[in-house]
Design a binder for this molecule. Structure first.
Ligand code: NCD
Length: 318
């Protein structure tokens, strides 16, 4: 669907904070996916564009990150812009400075701030005082809207459509912010159904299930992936979110409680994909990586182009 189209209409995301997947409509999501495909082409031909020349991104990551931080950083470089990453040590947070004061200051230095924080709701607080757009790159067990946008882009690229699909989410659905955001974005499409597979204590939060119900999304829960796999078009796997467990013994007792084995692929459709926001632990064995349905590394690469599109949209260039 998203070949080279060279987008003409400008995104309504210009100047907006990106805080939650709730804020997106289908048109905005598809505009970002089209722009991502255009920018993928630009990168493949010339490596870099000058769309954001002279603009500066401020990366403020107060939780570990590999893909999100580096793909935002490289997205900005490939758009001709520059990046400053706040050191996690030696910042004034250590002296007790409030988030609000820090944001008032650094929003005077930069054009866009990308932030990750262990506390849910932090980017929303930052947005109250920031003079530039705040992008939520993960707030505790809340949301991760930019991951969900790249997930939708990946589904389009891999399967050509989102409408009509059965999406199965497996893993720590209680604490996994990626599934919270992805389910909300999927509610903009006419998906067939969402199926949840998780340990009893890690189910999708009730308020989110209710929200999706109100939006007309058909949802079902299964105890075992084997009961869902034959009808699944997208299998979205997540790791146990160790850092969100108050009790380490509970984490230890759930380790290994869900995982894929090579046999499960025999029951899966030929045209389906396995996604994972990464990092993976034990839930997907490396023996599955060579199967063409294993899309997680392609998915991670899609993130670079989608984040380029998002930065260009928020800064009013596409
Ligand atoms: C995810 C996150 O940080 O929520 N990682 C990512 O951004 N790709 C998923 C995770 O950490 O499990």
């Amino acid at each position: 669907m998203f070949g080279r189209t060279f987008t003409r209409a400008f995104s309504t995301l210009r100047g907006q904070h990106i805080l939650s997947a709730k804020q997106f409509n289908r048109e905005q999501i598809e505009h970002l996916c089209r722009t991502a495909s255009d920018l993928r082409h630009v990168v493949s031909v010339q490596g870099c564009s000058h769309l954001l020349q002279g603009r500066v991104l401020y990366n403020m990551f107060l939780e570990p990150s590999t893909r999100t931080m580096s793909s935002f950083h490289i997205a900005m470089l490939r758009l001709g812009g520059q990046v400053f990453s706040m050191p996690t040590e030696n910042s004034s947070f250590q002296k007790g400075e409030t988030l609000e004061d820090s944001i008032q200051v650094v929003s005077g230095y930069s054009d866009v701030i990308v932030m990750r924080n262990p506390q849910q709701g932090t980017p929303h607080r930052a947005a109250q005082v920031s003079r530039v757009p705040i992008i939520n790159a993960g707030d505790g067990n809340g949301e991760h809207p930019t991951q969900a946008l790249l997930d939708i882009y990946c589904i389009y690229r891999e399967l050509g459509q989102v409408d009509g699909l059965t999406v199965t989410m497996m893993g720590d659905l209680k604490n996994g912010r990626t599934v919270h955001s992805l389910s909300r974005l999927l509610a903009n499409f006419k998906i067939k159904q969402l199926i949840y597979v998780s340990p009893q204590s890690l189910q999708m939060p009730n308020d989110l299930v209710d929200e999706l119900n109100r939006r007309g999304i058909k949802q079902a829960a299964c105890n075992n992936i084997n009961d869902a796999i034959a009808q699944t078009d997208v299998l979205y796997v997540t790791r146990l979110q160790k850092e969100r467990f108050a009790d380490v013994n509970e984490y230890e007792s759930l380790k290994g409680s869900y995982n894929l084995d090579a046999n499960f692929l025999k029951q899966a459709k030929e045209k389906m994909i396995i996604m994972h926001p990464l990092p993976r632990l034990w839930e997907i064995p490396t023996s599955i990586d060579a199967d063409p349905r294993a899309a997680y590394f392609r998915q991670a690469q899609d993130g670079l182009y989608l984040r380029m599109a998002l930065l260009a949209a928020v800064l009013g260039r596409v």
